[in-house]
Design a protein around this ligand. Structure first.
Ligand code: RNT
Ligand code: ZN
Length: 419
């Protein structure tokens, strides 16, 4: 039998197997095809961007490794993203940071950026059938220091307020252009390395800065705010902690971003979904993989990610949760890093969509907890992988490990020639 026929046949069998537990497989494929992931642009070049002010290492985040072939400019970055998109099913979004503007080699400072610096991105994205999301960039700049929007120094603070306001305008223009809201994430690294005595002061300054930034209402962009546990070199105090942004987001009805690397390692991010859904309008996810700390390793199909996907599907909240990725591993092939992470996230959602929810809920309602546990266990070995292979086949992308060879080929022909 030919490989395609085997996949088709396995899928038909899987379908029947799932029907026995009251799951309609065809429908799950449709839903998965519509699940647009917001793919971060910064895995392609280790969060370097196209201006030359400094590097990310002053912001508590760190890309480690020096695998050859990173994208050195906008054309290479776009080329890499196009390659990635050819290896994953579905229609996706690209998440840009402000430092990725088309600056034409001019030195445009952060408080000078404008929508025009992103026109070529908008056009390129339209050609490729992509939607854009956006981020302000407060790190990697001479004025970054330890405090940006929470800085008591008015001049520095105002510089970053101006930057962030401009980013919102850029996001608004992107949203207008693409006829779909552009989601703009605000994450700042502000914090202190050592014991901090004015904790309240910096947080109250941040609150005021945010109020000023968000004062103008827009209709084609949406704001989201991202907390963090700690950054390297800023271990003792994080101004924008989870409590801070959860409270700010609830009070001001902003989207709260949950980065799966930004919590204590034993904390369940999945369990936060159902609470947030009650109090904030929407949720943005940065799916990542913390290894011992917020290390931003490539996302893989692990329990954390599947539980997260399941909670979203169980809450019927796919329309209120935006799924973005956020990792940057500079030690392996970067195209490969993208493809592994995207496919892992899709697999997690596929498993979630294939969960025999109506049966499980029935058991739970009846207090049949043994039955619930047993079905959850048996669900783990239902043939979801046959559905996954079929999804790839249907979307004309490599099935299973076949993408490894394609990435090796791209490395041979393209990325290995960059030095
Ligand atoms: C940092 C945050 C943030 C960044 C990107 C580059 O810890 O996760 O989202 O990773 O903005
Ligand atoms: Zn993040």
């Amino acid at each position: 039998m030919k490989k395609d026929e085997i996949i088709q046949k396995s899928y038909e069998i899987a379908k029947e197997r799932y029907e026995a537990v009251e799951v309609s497989v065809d429908k799950t494929i449709e839903v998965l095809e519509k699940l647009s992931l917001s793919i971060h642009c910064w895995q392609a070049d280790d969060v370097t961007g196209f201006e030359n002010f400094g590097n990310i290492n002053d912001a508590g985040i760190q890309a480690t490794g020096n695998y050859p072939g990173k994208a050195r400019n906008m054309d290479e970055l776009r080329q890499d993203i196009e390659k990635v998109l050819a290896l994953v099913g579905g229609k996706h979004r690209l998440n840009l940071h402000a430092i990725y503007g088309d600056f034409q080699r001019k030195k445009i400072d952060r408080n000078e950026i404008e929508p025009s610096h992103f026109t070529s991105w908008m056009q390129w994205a339209q050609e490729k059938g992509l939607k854009l999301d956006f981020n302000s960039t407060s790190f990697g700049h001479p004025k970054s220091g330890n405090l940006t929007l929470a800085n008591p120094d008015k001049e520095i603070r105002n510089f970053w307020i101006e930057h962030t306001k401009r980013c919102r305008l850029i996001a608004e223009e992107m949203g207008k252009f693409q006829h779909d809201p552009c989601i703009m994430n605000l994450w700042i690294h502000d914090g202190m390395k050592d014991l901090t005595v004015n904790r309240l002061l910096y947080r109250s300054i941040l609150e005021k800065s945010l109020d000023e930034i968000f004062a103008k209402g827009y209709t084609n962009m949406k704001d989201c705010i991202e907390a963090k546990l700690f950054g390297i070199g800023l271990e003792s105090y994080t101004v924008g902690s989870y409590d801070f942004y959860l409270a700010y987001g609830t009070k001001n009805q902003k989207i709260v971003t949950l980065d799966t690397g930004h919590f204590h390692l034993t904390e369940s991010v999945a369990d936060k979904i159902s609470s947030l859904l009650l109090f904030v309008p929407e949720i943005m996810l940065h799916v990542s993989r913390p290894v011992r700390w917020d290390s931003d390793h490539v996302t893989i199909l692990n329990d954390d990610v599947t539980e997260l996907a399941k909670e979203i599907v169980r809450a019927d909240a796919l329309n209120r949760v935006h799924v973005g990725l956020d990792y940057f591993d500079a030690s392996i092939n970067r195209i490969g890093a993208y493809v592994v992470g995207i496919r892992a996230t899709q697999k997690a959602f596929l498993q979630a969509l294939l969960e025999p929810l109506s049966l499980l809920r029935k058991y739970e309602d009846n207090g049949q907890y043994f039955e619930r546990l047993a079905l959850l266990e048996e669900t783990k070995n239902l043939p979801w992988n046959a559905v996954w292979d079929y999804f790839c086949l249907k979307n004309n992308v490599p099935v299973g490990e076949d993408y490894i060879a394609e990435i090796q080929q791209y490395e041979k022909n393209v990325t290995s020639k960059r030095n």
